[in-house]
Design a protein. Structure first.
Length: 195
């Protein structure tokens, strides 16, 4: 299984300076300036909503980029600035060092699809419709200090007398939910920043 790529940071727009315009991405309190090549690769690292909860690997990113970007150079730059991260089996370390930020508001479910929940903006429409697990992560993940706290919560809620779910197991489950939320533009990852 190949490593799953996640973009890290919150896009804050195109800014001008003496060096010319650059796209800025915030992690914690720090702003990172990206040229067009790095920014394009960072955007593609979000994945495609149609991919759902499936892993998004470097090969998928390269296939989408084609010849339009120098993905090798961009990935090196992005990794050096912690603007992308890869999860290759150790979901716990990833969950302990990252937190979730959200976009939009919850629009609820409908009588026609009671197990699907809409996320978007009232009056403007739905950005994504997700299942209850993804919605729960989106809804509560932004108030948890780390994704690991969300994993612990999911484990405690899904454990039963006859079946115990560990936070480590929940971390593996959350990766798919997170992929869907990030690819749909409903959430972003931020690094856990100590004071």
């Amino acid at each position: 299984m190949s490593a799953t790529i996640f973009p890290v940071g919150h896009y804050t727009g195109l800014r001008s300076s003496d060096d010319g315009p650059a796209h800025t991405v915030r992690i914690g309190w720090r702003q990172h300036r990206l040229d067009e090549n790095a920014f394009g690769t960072w955007v593609l690292a979000h994945g495609l909503p149609a991919n759902g909860k499936a892993a998004w690997a470097e090969a998928d990113l390269r296939a989408q980029a084609g010849d339009s970007l120098d993905v090798t150079a961009a990935l090196r730059k992005l990794a050096g600035e912690d603007l992308i991260t890869t999860v290759d089996g150790d979901a716990e370390t990833f969950a302990r060092t990252h937190r979730l930020g959200i976009y939009f508001v919850g629009l609820g479910n409908s009588p026609q699809e009671p197990d699907q929940f809409a996320i978007g903006l009232p009056g403007l429409g739905t950005a994504a419709t997700v299942d209850s697990d993804s919605y729960e992560l989106w809804q509560w993940g932004s108030i948890a200090p780390t994704l690991w706290h969300s994993c612990e919560l999911r484990a405690s809620v899904t454990s039963r007398d006859d079946r115990t779910v560990s936070a480590h197991d929940a971390a593996g489950e959350i990766l798919g939910d997170l992929r869907l939320l990030v690819a749909s533009g409903c959430a972003y990852l931020d690094a856990v920043v100590s004071d």
